[in-house]
Design a protein around this ligand. Structure first.
Ligand code: APR
Ligand code: PHB
Length: 400
């Protein structure tokens, strides 16, 4: 890798950086993507796997949705389990026939990397951006550390798609970006198991012993989560303990118990909500997890990252084609409306399904909210619209 000049420098090869690179390449805008991790690491990293209706359509229309359409599982509903009883939320019936697609995030990453390798556009792994300078100049530049030494890559714009704790937002002078944050008093212990899912749809479960989620990746792979204390360590959770706890929390009179199998991946994820605003400083623009984090309840992280990129790609393409920079000027404001909607939804799902403390008043409020969702069509429709995803585009949340 030599020191180079390109049009758009992209830091990070997660879904945000890779999709942005793809959309810009389609329109003839040159990009360089720099990723600190290895190709293998990025392709194997297991994260949430629920794709909103509009996002799935967008991925297909952009030419990177073929495998998602063939292998993704289309779900028309989700289940809430409460006091051992199952309640189905008929997402598609409640929201104009729209459905979600269950397809692993790392599969999208693989598909985007395959598209990038086919196009031959520059994508560097094991290359760490250590500094961003010149934000307010015509030539913002990043320093990239590789095993061969340091290089500089400059462009018309630098896009920070470098995830939470990224170098991009940290390079902005103190006081320019505002950080909004909420930390929750629990984490999720997630496993991927070689076990055929016993349920056809996702199950979100509130149980006196804690939260549980039954999800899946394919007809042979289950993905399950347990709400655990924030200081919980993986070593304290043997396979047996994990399965026992899942079985207890997910128990129901109405359906078969969960199927067990070898656990092939496990991890503990803390739960946080973060928004960094504005999402732009001069010619440095932030997208995806670099600008916002949601707790995983509701699976909005990937969808938000992609929706940022749809707005940003259009704005950049407009500015290159016609010199019109209004899209870039509006980028942060446009994205933040959707971001805050998703922040609220994820917070709401999280606080409704997890025990936040011992306060009996809070406990009763939570239960009341959950019972309302599973018994009122109006309440369920609100959930369905947010879960399946509001339409993409600038007008979708214009009334906020
Ligand atoms: N230099 C180069 N690459 C970097 C640097 C750096 N200094 N710092 C971070 N990165 C890379 C990370 O290794 C990671 O691959 O940036 C990438 C950021 O990708 P993601 O974390 O996947 O973030 P994003 O693309 O915004 O996707 C958001 O992914 O984090 C999940 O659940 C989250 O669904 C959400 C989605
Ligand atoms: C997942 O399948 O990993 C998943 C599903 C739904 C969520 C979070 C994660 O809310």
């Amino acid at each position: 890798m030599e020191s180079v000049r390109t049009q758009v420098v992209i830091i990070g090869a997660g879904p945000a950086g890779l999709l942005l690179g793809h959309l810009l390449e389609l329109e003839g805008v040159d990009t360089v993507i720099v990723e600190t991790r290895s190709l293998d690491y990025v392709q194997q990293r297991v994260r949430a796997g629920v794709i909103e209706y509009g996002i799935a359509n967008f991925l297909e229309a952009s030419g990177v949705g073929t495998r998602m359409r063939a292998e993704g599982l289309v779900h028309h509903g989700i289940e809430f389990r409460l006091d051992g009883a199952s309640h189905r939320i008929a997402l598609s019936d409640l929201y104009d026939g729209r459905a979600i697609t269950v397809y692993g995030q790392q599969e999208i990453v693989k598909d985007l990397i395959a598209a990038r390798l086919t196009s031959g556009a520059p994508l560097f792994f094991d290359a760490t951006v250590t500094a961003v300078v010149g934000h307010s100049t015509e030539r913002p530049t990043v320093t990239v550390r590789t095993s061969d030494g340091d290089r500089e890559v400059s462009g018309d714009y630098v896009i920070g798609c470098d995830g939470s704790h990224g170098v991009a937002s940290a390079s902005v002078p103190t006081g320019v970006l505002r950080r909004y944050e909420r930390v929750y008093p629990f984490s999720w212990l997630g496993i991927l198991a070689e076990a055929p899912p016993a349920a056809e749809e996702l199950i979100y479960c509130r149980h006196p012993q804690g939260f549980a989620l039954y999800s899946m990746r394919s007809p042979t792979l289950s993905r399950l989560y347990l709400g655990v204390r924030p200081d919980e360590v993986l070593d304290a959770w043997s396979d047996e303990r994990i399965w026992d706890e899942l079985t207890t929390r997910l128990a129901s009179d109405q359906s078969a118990s969960i199927t067990q199998g070898p656990i092939i991946e496990r991890g503990i994820t803390p739960m946080r909500s973060v928004v960094v605003a504005p999402m732009r400083y001069g010619r440095l623009v932030l997208a995806g997890d670099a600008a916002h984090i949601v707790p995983p309840t509701g699976a909005k992280g990937l969808n938000l990252a992609i929706s940022d990129v749809t707005v940003l790609a259009e704005a950049l393409i407009d500015s290159y084609r016609s010199g019109n920079r209004s899209g870039l000027a509006e980028y942060s404001r446009t994205c933040l409306r959707r971001v805050w909607r998703a922040e609220h939804f994820s917070y709401w799902m999280t606080t409704m399904l997890h025990q936040l403390g011992e306060d009996p008043f809070d406990n009763q409020l939570q239960l009341s909210q959950l019972r309302y969702i599973v018994s009122s069509e109006a309440a369920a429709r609100t959930l369905a619209e947010n879960y399946v995803g509001l339409p993409l585009g600038h007008r979708a949340v214009a009334a906020d």
